[in-house]
Ligand binder design. Structure first.
Ligand SMILES: NC(=O)c1ccc[n+]([C@@H]2O[C@H](COP(=O)([O-])OP(=O)(O)OC[C@H]3O[C@@H](n4cnc5c(N)ncnc54)[C@H](OP(=O)(O)O)[C@@H]3O)[C@@H](O)[C@H]2O)c1
Length: 333
């Protein structure tokens, strides 16, 4: 089978011919139709992700057809159209993952390939409404956004929710999940075009996070936010403290812009803010996310679809964040 392999950090992804993978006990092989990129793939190629091990087939997101099952797995699964939950060994605690938790696509070979092996419990029925590209775009970004907005942020009817950096793959899902449950959603972006696209997805208004005083303008025009969903951190983090309502929550799933140089602790305690971390989601979160995608007819936002042969160019594209939504690799028709 063909696979996009990272042989060394800082090098290009090579398309290589590999032996077709075989399922172990309790596992299935998924013949992939499409895979999707996450910033994690870019961080790994740059050596900016902890514990990078090479050679490895990258890719956490994928959708396809079960083509073989290992010992102890019902043979009737063969032929099922599935999406893959990329979270492995979450553990028993819904509040946080166990130490053994890891993510498909490093160290375990991932989805930028014609086939992948995963535990049988990690495949779920593909929502029938979605194309293969849309289904492949869903898993990692979808579950991260669902847990951030719905589980940790408790976005709900009548709540004001701010999603920062809306061009991001996770952020576009967060807008959709929060809007679907009746929240009034606001966004930030460095791009006017992405703000317009977010408004078409259901957001009420957007602000340029590179402009001075955006948080004050947001609060003056629409009131303070009950929930803020952020993956940037960085120098702008203190503005989130300004934008958040007393008693509100800032839910963080990343730190693309690094740590804030200083944190205004007075605002944190005086406003009784909750600073909540979150990472991907448990198997229960993944199932609930799929339920909401079906119940609210949510459709992943696809920025572009490229062939597997262009996996390296696709990952390199992420450097400048030109995308709105997900970059997808087409693997089979
Ligand atoms: N903890 C987890 O489970 C988890 C899961 C997924 C992702 N993440 C992390 O979350 C981050 C986003 O991931 P992704 O896959 O959604 O990435 P992505 O699709 O590459 O999104 C990048 C977006 O981040 C926004 N951004 C960059 N700098 C910013 C800043 N200073 N302030 C506000 N927004 C900024 C930009 O939005 P605009 O283009 O709109 O300006 C950009 O489009 C990454 O750090 C990733 O590692 C964590």
């Amino acid at each position: 089978m063909k696979a996009a392999v990272l042989n060394e950090v800082g090098k290009t992804l090579e398309i290589e011919e590999r032996d077709a993978p075989k399922p172990g006990a309790g596992e299935v092989v998924v013949a992939l139709k499409a895979a999707a990129l996450n910033r994690r793939d870019f961080w790994i190629t740059q050596g900016l992700y902890p514990g990078v091990k090479c050679p490895v087939v990258l890719g956490s997101d994928g959708a396809g057809v079960v083509s073989a099952v290992g010992e102890g797995v019902d043979a009737a699964m063969v032929g099922r159209e599935v999406v893959i939950d990329p979270g492995l060994d979450w553990g028993d605690d819904e509040r946080a993952q166990a130490e053994a938790f890891h993510i498909l696509g490093m160290p375990r070979d991932g989805t930028f390939a014609e086939a992948v092996v995963v535990p049988a419990g990690n495949v779920h029925d593909k929502p029938g409404r979605l194309s293969w590209a849309e289904a492949a775009a869903l898993p990692l970004g979808g579950v991260t956004a669902f847990r951030a907005a719905i589980v940790q942020g408790a976005a709900g009817h009548g709540r004001r929710v701010l999603v920062t950096g809306v061009g991001g793959g996770v952020a576009t899902f967060a807008v959709q999940f929060a809007h679907a449950v009746g929240s009034t959603v606001f966004v930030t972006s460095s791009s006017e075009a992405k703000i317009d696209a977010a408004i078409r997805l259901g957001a009420t208004a957007g602000y340029d996070y590179t402009a001075d005083g955006w948080a004050k303008r947001l609060v003056d025009e629409h009131g303070p936010m009950d929930v803020i969903i952020d993956s940037a951190g960085g120098a702008g983090y203190n503005q989130l403290l300004d934008a958040c309502a007393p008693g509100g929550a800032i839910v963080n799933y990343g730190s693309t812009a690094g740590p804030p140089a200083k944190l205004d602790m007075f605002k944190v305690f005086w406003k009784q803010l909750r600073l909540q971390g979150t990472t991907m989601g448990s198997p229960a979160d993944f199932a609930a996310m799929l339920h909401d995608v079906n119940a609210h007819a949510i459709r992943p936002v696809i920025d572009r679809v490229m062939p597997l042969a262009e996996a390296d160019a696709a990952v390199a594209l992420m450097k400048g964040s030109p995308q709105f939504g997900k970059i997808v690799l087409e693997i089979a028709a």
